[in-house]
Design a binder for this molecule. Structure first.
Ligand SMILES: Nc1ncnc2c1ncn2[C@@H]1O[C@H](COP(=O)(O)OP(=O)(O)O)[C@@H](O)[C@H]1O
Ligand SMILES: [Mg+2]
Length: 254
């Protein structure tokens, strides 16, 4: 059985990619699970965070979504980490909604195209784009367990309840009984009254689904800029400890 995790929030810069990449790497490195990370953001940051250069070309998620006959294995690359594979993304993905416009099954394209590798991995981890649209719907319909990183800043809660409602609606309309938000992760946390209020509100609404906050941490930011996961760059840092706590929560949330 493959578990399918999606990291989603329509806001940018809230830690989706950081959490998606480090969770995928945690499962591969520390749990020896076979993990496929699928990047669905045109910025290609998941690859960058893993030190994989996608500017040199090569097939991406766009080819899998749009070109007939392309298989998941055709677009999957190994990474520097054992047990972790990547389907990268790049700018071409922006054309997907236009390319798929006339297909009535366009919302399920990702799920359908990944079906041939069902069971090949222990986990498939999706890194979603910072907007709500066709690509995010595709991610939700290909996933089962949704993780929502929420920045602990003013207005960050805005849209959170809608996102959870959207997931519930999609689960019903597309008959996905297992699709649900399992975890909300307060991110970019600094100990201020406002941030504590945001975390308290999250707990009020979503209870035990809310993890401990991941604080702003230099090692986490540095790791990304070095093209490394936190487990490689600073395994003994406070950043690693905070991320490990969240990864373990996500792992247990099934
Ligand atoms: N806990 C953290 N502490 C410090 N910097 C962080 C933390 N989480 C993420 N960042 C940084 O914030 C930026 C945005 O994070 P990212 O994961 O790319 O967000 P998103 O994918 O939601 O746009 C990146 O430069 C990343 O390194
Ligand atoms: Mg991102």
């Amino acid at each position: 059985m493959t578990r399918r995790l999606a990291f989603i929030n329509e806001k940018g810069g809230v830690g989706k990619t950081t959490l998606a990449v480090n969770t995928a790497a945690f499962l591969a490195l520390k749990r020896r699970a076979r993990v496929l990370l699928v990047d669905l953001d045109t910025q290609g940051h998941a690859a960058k965070t893993l030190g994989v250069d996608v500017r040199g070309g090569g097939p991406t998620i766009f080819d899998l979504l749009v070109k007939p006959g392309v298989t998941p294995d055709d677009v999957t690359r190994p990474t520097a980490l054992d047990n972790l594979w990547l389907i990268p993304s790049w700018k071409a993905l922006a054309e997907f909604p236009t390319e798929a416009a006339s297909d009535p099954a366009r919302h399920e394209r990702l799920a359908t195209r990944l079906a041939p590798i069902d069971g090949h991995y222990d986990f498939i981890v999706f890194d979603a784009p910072p907007s709500y649209g066709l690509v995010t719907t595709n991610v939700l319909l290909a996933a089962e367990e949704v993780v929502v990183p929420v920045a602990t800043t003013y207005l960050a809660l805005d849209g959170c309840a809608e996102l959870v409602a959207t997931v519930e609606r999609l689960a019903q309309t597309h008959d996905r009984p297992k699709l649900r938000v399992t975890t909300l992760v307060p991110t970019l946390y600094r100990k201020t009254q406002l941030a504590d209020e945001v975390v308290a509100k999250l707990r009020e609404h979503f209870g035990a689904k809310v993890t401990e906050p991941v604080a702003l941490n230099v090692a986490i930011d540095e790791a990304q800029s070095h093209g490394k996961t936190i487990w490689e760059h600073a395994p003994w840092s406070r950043g690693a400890a905070m991320l490990q706590h969240v990864c373990e929560r996500i792992e247990r949330a099934r």
